[in-house]
Design a protein around this ligand. Structure first.
Ligand SMILES: C[S@@+](CC[C@H](N)C(=O)[O-])C[C@H]1O[C@@H](n2cnc3c(N)ncnc32)[C@H](O)[C@@H]1O
Length: 266
């Protein structure tokens, strides 16, 4: 698999300003704008991330007030406790979670996958060595290739959450682990204030940092649509995994889910 990964990494650089094979051919009626949070058309999602790639990290840190470092640290720490030898970080984007895991597990083979060539180019520049340009719903790896699959702030953007989880289960080794880190909505009195920030504050701040206001209007809408808590653990358990558990981070602004591959997986 090592040779394939480095070959694909070269392809990422070639693909940056070219098309991305089948993915580029995916139909979309949404040229140049953010995708709709309901349908999450893959080609529109990919173009959106290609557009914001150069400012993505800065926007993350500004909009979260830097807490995103802590969330990824918590996720990488949990993965470290599982001691996986082969880790797949899906929707790796600019590579922050994959790099955090690689720092905590220097012996592990950490592979980052994303379908945005521009995001992967940033990950590569930051030192992520094993990168593969691919769609998370159709991964180019044999069954059971990884001891652990992680996905941070990526599942929410995928066109079919159940199909994406099933594909994650397929490439996870028997009894292997899954970790999902995602945005969620805080409960209680702070929720209206947080929603105000999400729908009004975030797009304005993001427009200043990235020049791409609609990408961050999409962010707010997609967080509203995405399941959390019990609904999310049910989704995970229903698609190839068992024992899904949830932890709320930073008062519920983010949530971390973990599960094991089901022995019943087919
Ligand atoms: C919000 S970013 C998250 C990046 C990174 N995981 C992090 O924690 O910052 C979402 C990433 O998911 C990728 N993505 C969305 N749908 C995808 C899919 N179907 N296959 C591969 N990558 C996908 C996007 O290209 C983007 O880089």
């Amino acid at each position: 698999m090592g040779e394939m990964v480095s070959r694909v990494a070269e392809d990422v650089l070639r693909a940056r300003s070219a098309t991305v094979g089948r993915m580029a051919a995916a139909p979309s009626n949404n040229d140049g704008c953010a995708p709709s949070a309901a349908s999450r058309e893959p080609a529109a999602v990919r173009r959106m991330f290609d557009r914001i790639a150069r400012r993505y990290d800065l926007a993350n840190h500004v909009l979260s007030g830097g807490i995103d470092f802590w969330w990824r640290h918590r996720a990488a720490e949990l993965v470290r406790q599982w001691r996986p030898a082969r880790v797949l970080d899906l929707a790796t984007g600019s590579g922050d979670l994959a790099l955090a895991i690689a720092r905590k597990l220097p012996q592990a083979e950490v592979t980052g996958v994303d379908f945005s060539p521009e995001m992967l180019a940033i990950a590569r520049a930051k030192g992520l060595e094993r990168i593969v340009l691919a769609d998370a719903l159709n991964l180019p790896f044999p069954d059971g290739s990884f001891d652990c699959v992680t996905v941070a702030f990526g599942l929410r953007n995928m066109a079919d959450w159940g199909a994406a989880l099933r594909e994650m289960a397929r490439v996870t080794a028997p009894s292997g682990h899954l970790l999902v880190l995602e945005f969620s909505l805080p409960r209680g009195a702070v929720q209206p204030l947080y929603r105000l920030y999400l729908h009004r504050g975030v797009p304005i701040l993001a427009a200043l940092v990235t020049g791409q206001k609609d990408a961050y209007q999409y962010l707010a809408a997609s967080i509203e649509k995405f399941p959390s808590g019990h609904e999310m653990t049910k989704l995970i358990d229903g698609h190839g995994f068992v024992h899904a558990g949830a932890r709320s981070l930073s008062g519920g602004i983010a949530s971390m889910y973990s599960a094991r591959k089901s022995s019943q997986w087919k």
